[in-house]
Design a protein around this ligand. Structure first.
Ligand SMILES: [Zn+2]
Length: 384
């Protein structure tokens, strides 16, 4: 059994909106899973010890909207190792929103199905820098049948990529396919905002309500947002998750966050990057969403951590994103960055500062001893 004791945690941020701050300073990890969370826990025999030095511990961040293709390469921006670099922004899980940037992407039903299955199987075997990628997001193309979707589900495809990116644009046609996918336990994303759907200039509340996806992707635009009234209609007239992305409209992001806060629906909001995209690759994007929503969106910083972790894990049925016994030990040691007026992680986020990260763990193993991308943290964790 490989065990790790994490001690001297200054702030234990659970990732669970029901109880975002835990009265605890230590965690015991065994065989990749969190075994115990408590105060003053002692090391099991033979355990490695990590001294958090008083910094905060959060679940590994989850990027709910990443346009991966195959391998750690993006044809959209011709960059290598962008996922490894995002890991150094605290992202230990990325979720594909559709492998739409594949050069020569097939748009027939067989090609769409094969691409989703290939990507799902490939990403199940590949962890860039240690990052887990939930890849293989089926793009809905005209002609896909219920049997095709069943075959995808049997082959391990768990996500339908952004509805609207493929040839299926008509809400009624999309709704039927989405129902087939949801009946097989798939989580369905739907592009929200500026794009062209026949008879309409944007994907607004009417289309979202009709199609019934699991999440209104980039409710703040990808990158052009629906109106604030449109965003509120989606929130009020559905019970689906809503997503704020870094590569979207910042005004709408903060307005949506304020509305979620006013209506106390913190469990519905999730954070993504929507990168690689025309905007680029933003390796600190999820941290920046946390800082934006905490400083400008009026949401308590500890709840912003949940939007980057536990909320997304719950939506996608992942056994991670929360610091609790039995969960996968994907963990990030963060603190206020040097020079911030914020005295700890929560104050730094409320100031709008990007946190500093030291250790990053996946399945209880240290995959980075110190982030190469964030500003340096004031308090840094060390492996003893
Ligand atoms: Zn989109």
């Amino acid at each position: 059994m490989s065990a790790v004791l994490i001690k001297n945690v200054g702030l234990m941020l659970s990732g669970d909106v029901a109880q975002p701050v835990l009265e605890a300073d230590s965690v015991i990890v065994a065989d990749g899973l969190i075994q115990e969370v408590g105060k003053g826990l002692s090391a099991p025999q033979g355990a490695a010890v990590i001294d958090a030095g008083g910094c905060a511990l959060t679940p590994g961040l989850i990027d709910s909207h990443c346009h991966v293709v195959l391998g750690d390469w993006t044809p959209r921006q011709q960059m290598q190792n962008f996922l490894d670099s995002s890991l150094h922004g605290g992202v230990t899980t990325a979720i594909s929103a559709g492998e739409v940037h594949l050069p020569g992407r097939p748009k027939d039903p067989l090609g769409a199905k094969c691409l989703a299955i290939l990507a799902a199987k490939s990403w199940a075997n590949l962890r860039p820098g240690g990052m887990k990628v939930l890849g293989g997001a089926l793009i809905l193309e005209k002609g896909l049948t219920e049997a095709d979707i069943e075959e995808c589900a049997q082959a391990g495809v768990k996500v339908v990529g952004e509805v609207g990116l493929g040839s299926v644009k008509d809400p009624d046609e999309a709704a039927e396919m989405v129902a087939w996918a949801k009946a097989r336990g798939m989580t369905v994303m739907m592009h929200t905002g500026g794009t062209s759907i026949p008879g309409s200039s944007v994907v607004g509340p009417e289309q979202i309500i009709k199609v019934k996806p699991s999440v209104a992707s980039h409710i703040n635009g990808g990158p052009t947002a629906v109106s604030l009234e449109g965003a509120k209609a989606i929130i009020d007239q559905t019970d689906i998750a809503v997503e704020i992305v870094q590569c979207g409209n910042m005004l709408r992001a903060t307005q949506v966050a304020r509305y979620i806060d006013e209506t106390k629906q913190w469990g519905r909001l999730i954070f993504g990057n929507d990168a690689p995209s025309g905007t680029g690759v933003v390796t600190l994007g999820i941290l920046r969403n946390m800082a934006l929503v905490a400083s400008q969106g009026g949401v308590a910083p500890e709840l912003c951590v949940c939007m980057a972790t536990g909320n997304t894990a719950k939506l996608y049925g992942l056994n991670r994103g929360v610091i609790a016994p039995g969960k996968e030990a994907d963990l990030v040691f963060m603190d206020t960055p040097m020079g911030s007026p914020g005295k700890d992680l929560l104050e730094a986020l409320a100031e709008g500062d990007t946190p500093g990260i030291s250790i990053i763990m996946v399945d209880g193993k240290v995959v980075a001893a110190k982030s190469r991308n964030t500003p340096p943290a004031v308090r840094q964790a060390k492996v003893l």
